[in-house]
Design a protein around this ligand. Structure first.
Ligand code: UVW
Length: 308
């Protein structure tokens, strides 16, 4: 397999939308495409694809990403003394969490190599104080992430409820899945790849297996995603890409985020959506999932929705 840097150089989107572009492949989400995606809503069936945000969540102890901490700052126990407020109950809460600890977007300031991120933005543009000075995720929030979502259920294609961790998905398999499902991934689509790997957590309650390797997209998919002009790629695994246990490197992250400028969606729970798609044979829908408007953020927790 060719070196990831050579692939990245060949399919690079740097400069394509201008030297100051901060959105990358989300530029494929045009107003016309969003209007067309809106027409996919026929029944009003809605599927929410986030994992729970909870102190007992998907993260394992002792890692750099902890589970969220949720605290109350006001409850019914706090009595109001202002005149007219005596009977009123107000509850408020806080949450402290790594932005990448649950279902999330990887923003364009999340991963780079050779001293820079997407569009040549220098590595030191992400600072300990203030975060990403250029590729901040709040700009993606302003763009919104909404369009035609397409589910490719690779686990179902293989006749299994989940793929084994050594399963690397190649472009030919994506195309066989398209043919089986009668759907085609096209320009401006948000591609959602189901591996079934999330079942280790949402069905079996075994996060330790979920985080131990994963099936996913092989590096060879980078060129395919670029050619199809996919706007964003999401999966039910934790890094979108297949992880070679011998290397544990993230070559597809490097090419997709840094060279193509693609926002990646991870840790999706696709089980209800996939069951419905298998039942009605409809694998396309309106997808929406804006990030939190965090100034300087390089990622964001999300609550993605698919609406049919
Ligand atoms: C890394 O593992 C670097 O990040 P993520 O899986 O959140 O993209």
């Amino acid at each position: 397999m060719e070196d990831y840097k050579a692939i990245g150089k060949r399919i690079s989107n740097w400069g394509r939308w201008g030297k100051d572009d901060v959105l990358g492949t989300l530029n494929h989400l045009t107003q016309e495409r969003l209007a067309a995606a809106g027409k996919l809503v026929k029944t009003g069936k809605l599927f929410e694809m986030g994992v729970p945000v909870s102190s007992g969540g998907i993260q394992l102890p002792g890692r750099s990403r902890t589970n969220p901490i949720h605290l109350m700052s006001m409850t019914a126990l706090d009595k109001w003394t202002m005149p007219g407020w005596e009977d009123i109950i107000i509850c408020d809460d806080y949450i402290f969490m790594p932005l990448q600890s649950v279902t999330q977007w990887d923003g364009l300031g999340h991963v780079g190599y050779d001293g820079c991120y997407y569009n040549g933005v220098p590595a030191d543009s992400v600072r300990t104080q203030g975060g990403s000075q250029v590729l901040s995720i709040h700009q993606i929030a302003a763009k919104g992430v909404a369009g035609r979502g397409v589910l490719l259920d690779i686990a179902a294609l293989n006749g299994v409820d989940r793929l084994p961790p050594e399963h690397a998905i190649h472009p030919e398999e994506l195309e066989r899945c398209e043919a089986r499902q009668g759907v085609k991934v096209g320009p401006g689509d948000i591609l959602i790849v189901r591996t079934g790997w999330m079942r280790h957590y949402v069905i079996d309650g075994k996060p330790e297996i979920y985080w131990n390797g994963e099936p996913g997209l092989h590096l060879s998919c980078a060129e395919w995603l670029a050619k199809r002009e996919v706007a964003a790629t999401c999966s039910d695994n934790w890094a979108v890409e297949f992880l070679d246990p011998a290397k544990m490197a993230l070559p597809l992250h490097c090419v997709l985020i840094r060279d193509l400028g693609m926002t990646l969606g991870e840790i999706f729970d696709l089980e209800s959506l996939a069951a419905d798609c298998a039942e009605d044979g409809v694998y396309e829908f309106l997808f929406t999932s804006p990030p939190i408007k965090t100034i300087g953020g390089v990622g964001s927790p999300i609550t993605p929705l698919a609406i049919k």
